[in-house]
Each structure stands twice: as C-alpha cells, then as structure tokens.
Design a protein around this ligand. Structure first.
Ligand code: ZN
Length: 265
C-alpha cells in the first residue's frame, strides 16, 4: 500500500491522505480538504482517486469533497449515521465493513466520541507493510480529539477501551491534525517526569519535522497521557483538579478528567 500524508498548513493544521493500491494506482482520498493540493498530488503520483472517505462531518474534513468528486467522479463514503450531516454520501459504512480499492482493503471501525458518527479506517498490514490506522479526530499523536463539538468524552473513553487500546504496538498512526507538539506539552504538564515525551519534545525543538513524523501505538502508550490512565502521577493530578480522593478515580473518570483539563489548557 502506498500512503501519502499531506499537511494542509491551515490554522487547524489538518492532514489529508491518499492511500493507493501499488498495482492498479487506484486511490482513496481521506478528508481531502485542500482539493487543489489533493488533486495535484494524486496527479503527480499517477494515482486515480476512486473513493473519497470522510472520517466525520466537521467542515475541515468534508470541505473539499465536491471539487474532488467533480474532478474524479469518485464515490463518497462515510459513517452510515453521517449521511444526514454530510451531503451526497453514496455509501454509508458500519463497523466491520470492508472498503476495497484495487488490491487495497481497509476495515471500518466505528469510533464515536469526537462526534457520534466517526469512523477510523484500519489497514491490517501484510508482508511488506505494517498495519496502519487512519484515525481522523479520534486519536492524535500524543492526544485525543475534543468532545465538545457534538461528541461525548464518556463515549470517547469507551471507544478507546474497547478498540484503540487493544491495537498492537506496531500499528502506525495517521491522524486528522498535526497537534503533536502541543500534545506533548500537555503530557509533560501532567507527567513532568515522562522521559519518552521529554526526549521526543527535545527532538522537535532540535528540528525534527512534525509533518513527516509517524507515530505508532507502542509509542503512544508512552507519550500520550490518555493511554496512561493507571499512572499514579496522572491519577493524582486528576484527583487534585476534581478535588476528590484518588481512590475514587476509575479509568473513565481519569480519561474524562484529562479531556476536561486539555479543553481549557
Ligand atoms: Zn472534527
């Protein structure tokens, strides 16, 4: 599988993606907000966009659909329950569905929390490619999506417990935005002694390019505070902010507490 991560460099620092079958050069465009850049990149790479996939209905993910589709006649796919909020969806997707493009197959995950109709697209991997997760605004590098634009942090926590935390360490992460540097600072605010987060932050300070940096689940378990719900330091901080005893905190309360702190951070 060919993966092209395309940074948009708008205020929200969106990423869009082209995923292509290496044999047929047929491609899926994920959340192609900057339609001109998406079409040009596909053209430069000799790819034919057959499918446009939206992870969710927010404008910064669907805003490029129409021009990409009129230029390519691609099929538009999204969560089956996002067919009311995203115009002109051709096919609604549900958990476990397969999205096929040439020899490329992605599995659909239903991951509510950021919005209540959000999908992630999972590539299982093969002999020459590690598995990969295209996770929209569910999982970010070193963070998770907000839940205050039509989502729910309790549901988001459930999505992580039941799906995201269960992924294997070698799954590469391709999120909907580049927020890694701020997110690392939030992790360090909660866990000042987190050595992995410190080292990675240092690398960015010394010029590592965030736009071409690809994380994986194994690294997220170390640098993403939302994966670290049993760490004593993290629990203590949340108990403190909620003014409750640390013993009464469970993983859900810790996750939701972290999301609340990050909203106002
Ligand atoms: Zn969003």
């Amino acid at each position: 599988m060919l993966i092209k991560q395309i940074p948009i460099r708008n205020n929200l620092k969106n990423y869009m993606y082209l995923l292509a079958c290496e044999k047929t050069h047929e491609a899926i465009a994920i959340d192609p907000l900057d339609h001109a850049l998406c079409l040009k990149t596909a053209n430069d790479m000799g790819l034919e966009i057959k499918i446009v996939a939206n992870t969710h209905h927010h404008h910064d993910h669907i805003g490029g659909n129409d021009p990409v589709i009129s230029a390519t006649s691609a099929e538009l796919v999204a969560h089956s329950e996002a067919m009311e909020t995203i115009p002109n969806v051709d096919r609604g997707l549900n958990a476990g569905d397969k999205l096929v493009c040439g020899n490329l197959t992605l599995k659909i995950m239903d991951t509510p929390g950021h919005t209540m109709s959000h999908i992630c697209l999972y590539f299982e991997g093969n002999d020459s490619n590690k598995p990969a997760l295209f996770c929209g605004d569910t999982l970010f590098n070193a963070g998770v999506g907000r839940c205050d634009f039509g989502g729910d942090p309790i549901i988001m926590h459930q999505t992580f417990e039941e799906q995201i935390f269960l992924l294997s360490d070698n799954v590469r992460i391709y999120p909907g935005h580049d927020y890694i540097e701020n997110n690392l600072e939030f992790t360090l605010d909660r866990e000042p002694d987190n050595q992995s987060a410190k080292e990675l932050k240092e690398k960015f300070n010394n010029g590592l390019d965030a736009e071409s940096f690809i994380s994986d689940i194994g690294l997220e378990r170390q640098i993403n505070v939302f994966f670290r719900l049993d760490e004593h330091r993290v629990r203590l901080g949340i108990a403190d902010s909620l003014k409750i005893d640390v013993a009464s905190l469970d993983r859900q309360k810790t996750f939701v507490g972290l999301r609340g702190l990050r909203d106002n951070w």
